[in-house]
Design a protein around this ligand. Structure first.
Ligand code: G6P
Length: 609
């Protein structure tokens, strides 16, 4: 999941490419590079590390040129170093690539046998060599790219320039996103609209197998069969402000604080005090949902945790069986699909390779239909689903997902209510759950007021190596999400357990060096959880307990702290209790001095398997 930007313009493009790459760094940031065509010459600069490292080199020795390609990398084949950084150049062809070419070893062997010499360990360089070989034999850049992509196995989005065709960039996509930005007297390619929003808001979303050629004044897309096709131009609603950090120290902090607004936007015009409004999942949605006899929810990472919360909700209130599974497992096993099962994909980006592949695989498995819960309207997951419910979180830049998660819970709350209502949930309970969901934004707002207390608590964790998170019921996935946040950005090893499992193994780890963080809202399981906490206390473990305001915790935190808050009711408490988990991870990471928005080894949008 690297980032690509390319441009054909009259002005010098290197500064535009660098600005675009910075907006794309969430996709990968272990090395970066750009190549610019100036007349018949390719100039290139590459560096290990963040875009600013490469930018420094460029600024020390800038070069002009109106056509160029650029890349920020998340290493798959070959370690992150300058030699493996894109663009790769072979025989006057420069190329940037996002994805994985599965048959690259065979192709590379064949090319080496024909005398090509490679300078990197990447799968990308073989594409540049193949294209340059075709051009030597007389093909244009466009024809060379179109013929080479047919021989590739795997996934790619590419942008290519050739020193023999100045002023032209050719792009292609399969299994990885690529779009065109249409400007005035200049045109662009990018992995997503965020990279291009500073130059244009007119976007063409390329389809699978498309090849595109851009010059300063023309954009031409070619479909699967190589014939020219028309693709609609969309006006992107992204605003430049949405991707700026403002007064906040990190995007993650900004995004945590945006949650009341984002959740309110996700609920807006979809629910009233009387309940969920008709057909919010798309035309015919309610009719399809009425036929559902069970659900399979598929997702990755944080989105998977949202699915786990929904399982508790839907099974309790709608009495429908729900399976939740990570996409990377689901896609390769023969899941049993009972009649009437709805396939639900949850994804912030809508481009996660495993989730998308699972959804495509589901087509073969006889589902009643597919529903996408997603934050990016033009994404592949949304385009390929029968029903959709968009989360309206706005662009999420921090690699550790925050507002995407709570807006997914809001959307899944709507789904739960709709399914439950259709299956005859008691009217008073339906009204109560509806009221709770409507209060989710204000309850999250209140939870954010805990920040000063959480900053104090964070001190207790900064020198720890490990942490355990405990929750019961629908709070177990919240504990999992808390542990994921902490390990992602602070690099403290953290695991989550359903609190009742503690005694079956992890209790062996508890001593005075093991902080135990418990999510403990009111509810029928609170007494059970308190007993679990006693088990920790008896072993000298340090407890940090997040509890509902009035609940008595019986001196549970004699070695530790109880932080009281208002969970807003049994239904929405998982969303509200997520907030202190996010703030805790954030402030521990800040105190430990890690790169909060771009933690090591991770990327925000994983468009490779
Ligand atoms: C990556 C991100 C996670 C995210 C996961 C799923 O691993 O780092 O934060 O939860 O992908 O992404 P999706 O866009 O499908 O929700």
């Amino acid at each position: 999941m690297c980032g690509i930007v390319a441009a054909a313009a009259q002005r010098d493009v290197a500064p535009l490419l660098i600005a675009g790459l910075k907006a794309l760094e969430y996709r990968g940031y272990d090395s970066a590079g750009l190549a610019v065509l100036n007349g018949g010459e390719i100039r290139r600069v590459r560096a290990k590390g963040k875009v600013r490292e490469m930018e420094g080199l460029y600024r020390a020795d800038p070069f002009p040129g109106g056509t160029g390609i650029a890349h920020t990398r998340w290493a798959t084949h070959g370690v992150p170093n300058t030699a493996n950084a894109h663009p790769h150049v072979q025989g006057g062809v420069a190329l940037v690539h996002n994805g994985i070419i599965e048959n690259y070893a065979t192709l590379r062997g064949e090319l080496e046998a024909r005398g090509h010499v490679f300078t990197s360990e990447t799968d990308t360089e073989v594409m540049a060599a193949l294209i340059s070989e075709r051009m030597v034999s007389g093909k244009s850049l466009l024809d060379a790219v179109s013929s080479v992509v047919h021989e590739l196995e795997g996934a790619y989005a590419i942008a290519v320039v050739s020193d023999s065709e100045p002023g032209r960039v050719v792009g292609a996509r399969r299994g990885a996103p690529l779009l065109v930005g249409v400007g005035i007297g200049e045109n662009f390619l990018g992995s997503d609209a965020q990279a291009l929003i500073q130059v244009t808001n007119k976007i063409i979303y390329l389809e699978e197998h498309d090849v595109v050629e851009i010059t300063r004044d023309q954009v031409q897309v070619y479909g699967h069969d190589g014939k020219p096709v028309e693709r609609a131009v969309h006006e992107s609603e992204l605003s430049k402000d949405a991707v700026e950090r403002g007064e906040y120290r990190h995007y993650m902090q900004k995004e945590i604080f945006e949650q009341p607004r984002a959740v309110a936007d996700t609920l807006e015009a979809r629910i009233s005090p009387n309940g969920v409004l008709p057909n919010i999942f798309g035309v015919g949605g309610d009719e399809l949902l009425a036929k559902v006899k069970g659900l399979h929810i598929i997702a990755c990472g944080t989105s998977y945790h949202a699915g786990l919360v929904a399982k508790y909700w839907i099974e309790e209130y709608a009495r429908l069986p729900v399976n939740v599974e990570v996409a990377s497992e689901y896609r390769y096993r023969e899941a049993v699909v009972p009649d009437g099962t709805l396939f639900v994909a949850i994804s912030q980006s809508g481009e996660t390779a495993d989730t998308l592949a699972a959804m495509r695989e589901s087509r073969r498995r006889g589902y009643l239909g597919t529903l996408a819960i997603c934050n990016v309207p033009e994404s592949s997951v949304v385009r390929e689903a029968d029903l959709k419910l968009m989360t309206r979180a706005g662009p999420e830049i921090g690699v550790a997902s925050t507002k995407a998660f709570t807006t997914q819970l809001a959307a899944l709350g709507l789904l739960t209510l709709q399914l439950a209502h259709q299956r005859g949930l008691d009217g008073a309970r339906y009204a109560d759950l509806t009221a709770q969901l409507l209060h989710m934004p204000s309850m999250i707002e209140k939870a954010l007021e805990l920040e000063p207390r959480i900053i104090e608590l964070s001190e207790r964790l900064i020198h720890r190596q490990h942490a355990l998170f405990l929750g019961r019921g629908a709070q177990h996935p919240v504990a999992m999400e808390g542990a994921l946040k902490l390990k992602e950005i602070s690099y403290i090893h953290a695991e989550a357990y359903a609190a009742g499992e503690l005694k079956h193994g992890p209790l062996a780890l508890v001593d005075e060096d093991m902080p135990v963080i418990a999510v403990a809202p009111n509810g029928p399981l609170l007494d059970k959880l308190k007993s679990n906490l006693q088990e920790v206390r008896a072993r000298g473990g340090e407890l940090l307990v997040f509890a509902d305001g009035e609940a008595s915790m019986d001196g549970n935190a004699s070695r530790g702290v109880i932080l009281r808050m208002d969970g807003g009711g049994d239904f929405i408490a998982p969303a509200v209790f997520t907030v202190p988990m996010q703030l805790l991870a954030y402030h521990v990471a800040v105190l430990r001095g890690t790169d909060v928005d771009q933690p090591r080894n991770l990327a925000k949008s994983v468009t490779v398997e």
